[in-house]
Design a protein around this ligand. Structure first.
Ligand SMILES: Cc1cc2nc3c(=O)[nH]c(=O)nc-3n(C[C@H](O)[C@H](O)[C@H](O)COP(=O)(O)OP(=O)(O)OC[C@H]3O[C@@H](n4cnc5c(N)ncnc54)[C@H](O)[C@@H]3O)c2cc1C
Ligand code: FES
Ligand code: FES
Length: 497
């Protein structure tokens, strides 16, 4: 059994609880901090949102980087050597002489009170924590950005207008603060954070110097004798929370190189499989080569889920509708797998899926890295997803397309489709057909019909098989219209059917 050490709000904690205990259960049941609410336990409502602070070094100085996360899907084992912040931890120390034990509201909490941003109050702690987290971490503080940061918080009472009014009060009150890494003193002065936040970097450094931060396994000494490997846990803690608690688990933890988990190597984009979707998006390399990815992946879950959900977890949970999986398939990604005996092998993602949730991976193998060729000027990429709700919903059908062009001729093509077969599909016949073709309405009409012929959808809660075929065809048309509006005629495309 591991002994875990971390800082919870202003207090250092040592515990022997199982690594797969959720942070939600720990803070509510063991630490008796019941401000963090338990709603869905599936990452959907945001009532359980906490902040995780991780020590980093910037310009030779210790610095704490915070992210928001759903504590119902967060393994306690990963908090070893870190700072957990709950809603109790963002409240200011007592300030009134009449009521010296009553904590004072911070700037975010006060704005929520003043604008009627809280009614029944169940969702409120989650909103407060997400907004405080945004204030700590966003590069530029804007009302729009803070509104996006609460995309994982659901409120059944307010209709959100009063919460938006609270945001409109908070942003001007904190505008003009420094870059993220030395913002804390100003946020303390402005009453957004309690004073103890200024001490956390040095306290975490002292803590980490005392402890072994490599404790990642519960219940066994040998890393390859585990029952479950946990990446971000956003899938496993929804599917198997009880089994995890009875098992030996291995926590993969953050990428090995936390600052540069996504980097360039001889024209390839190389990614640590532990990279969370949010870090993938924040990578300068992705911003430069596939700028549209910022929009595509706002359709992936919510901010706290993207902060934790890893690329490795997305491809290995083998969901036929994974967003990253569809994108990585069309980027023609390769995986490097590492076995327990140190043997490495490389496989194309398109050959990784053998059947429903069946992978070409031995039990002792882990996906270590993923890589795809970086696009040049002649390459275009597009992603389309249809779900029942625009945000915070998984796809009914999704598809990605990458084309390399020489003038108006397609010289290389990769296409994927999700939700239309038992596995995430690489559309090999469609890709083959596209190579050598001229950019035209006729080319995309034919490609769409080949794409549909490659699929074998089933009818389920997300739609009938026929509906999914129709969706894929329309999404293929959407690729064409988004990428080549001047070469493809929408009316002609649809009229030809
Ligand atoms: C509210 C909510 C919304 C969601 N919305 C979306 C969405 O819009 N789009 C989407 O695609 N997904 C969505 N998901 C699903 C999930 O978040 C993603 O699939 C995520 O990428 C899984 O990554 P993880 O690291 O959290 O996986 P984990 O839960 O840690 O692991 C999933 C599986 O992968 C294995 N695994 C993890 N890393 C490795 C590795 N390096 N090598 C080998 N095996 C590994 C684990 O053992 C496990 O079997 C959502 C989930 C929730 C809870
Ligand atoms: S309890 Fe709903 S997201 Fe965690
Ligand atoms: S105030 Fe009741 S759910 Fe938001």
């Amino acid at each position: 059994m591991n002994t875990l050490h971390f800082i919870l709000n202003d207090h250092e904690v040592t515990t022997n609880e199982h690594s797969a205990t959720t942070v939600l259960d720990f803070v509510r049941r063991s630490a008796h901090l019941t401000g963090t609410k338990e709603g869905c336990r599936e990452g959907d409502c945001g009532a359980c949102t906490v902040l995780i602070g991780e020590l980093q070094t910037l310009d030779g100085k210790p610095h704490v980087r915070y992210i928001s996360a759903n504590s119902c899907l967060l393994p306690l084992g990963e908090m070893h050597g870190k700072h957990i912040v709950t809603v109790e931890g963002v409240t200011l120390a007592a300030q009134s002489a009449e009521n010296p034990t009553q904590p004072a509201l911070n700037l975010v909490q006060q704005a929520m009170v003043d604008t009627g941003g809280t009614q029944c109050g169940f969702c409120t702690p989650g909103f407060i924590v997400s907004m405080t987290g945004y204030s700590l971490t966003a590069q530029n503080l804007t009302a729009e950005g803070m509104t996006q940061a609460i995309d994982g918080n659901v409120c059944r009472c307010t209709g959100y207008a009063s919460i938006k009014r609270a945001i409109d009060r908070i942003i001007p009150a904190i505008s003009g603060v420094e870059a993220q890494h030395n913002r804390i003193p100003t946020l303390v002065t402005k009453g957004l954070l309690p004073e103890y936040f200024s001490t956390i970097a040095t306290r975490l450094l002292a803590l980490q110097n005392r402890i072994n931060t490599e404790v990642l396994l519960d219940g066994d000494e040998l890393a390859h004798t585990h029952d479950f490997t946990i990446g971000g846990g956003t899938d496993l803690f929804v599917q198997k929370p009880e089994a995890l608690l009875k098992s030996r688990v291995r926590l993969l933890g953050p990428p090995k190189v936390p600052i540069m988990p996504v980097h360039e190597e001889e024209g390839w984009c190389v990614m640590d499989a532990r990279t969370p979707v949010a870090a993938f998006l924040a990578s300068p390399l992705i911003k430069k080569h596939i700028p549209q990815m910022q929009y595509f992946l706002t359709l992936f879950a919510s901010t706290p889920i993207r902060n934790r959900a890893t690329l490795g977890g997305n491809i290995n949970n083998a969901s036929p509708i994974g967003d990253m999986t569809a994108i990585l398939l069309a980027l023609n990604t390769e995986l490097t797998l590492l076995a327990a005996n140190g043997t490495e092998r490389t496989i194309e993602l398109r050959n990784y899926y053998k059947g429903y949730k069946t992978l070409d991976r031995a039990k002792d193998e882990l996906v270590e890295t993923l890589r795809f060729k970086l696009s040049d000027r002649g390459t275009v990429f597009n992603y389309e997803k249809v779900s029942r709700r625009t945000y915070l919903d998984i796809a009914s059908v999704n598809t990605a397309l990458q084309l390399r062009l020489a003038g108006e001729i397609i010289t290389e093509a990769h296409a994927s489709a999700g939700g239309v077969a038992a596995i995430p599909l690489y559309l090999s016949k469609t890709a083959q057909y596209l190579v050598g073709k001229h950019l035209s309405t006729e080319t995309f009409r034919e490609a769409a019909s080949i794409a549909v012929s490659e699929t074998s959808p089933i009818s389920d809660a997300r739609g009938t098989a026929d509906y999914k075929r129709l969706l894929l065809r329309q999404l293929f048309f959407a690729h064409a219209l988004d990428l080549f509006p001047e070469r493809v005629d929408a009316r002609e495309l649809l009229a030809m059917e």
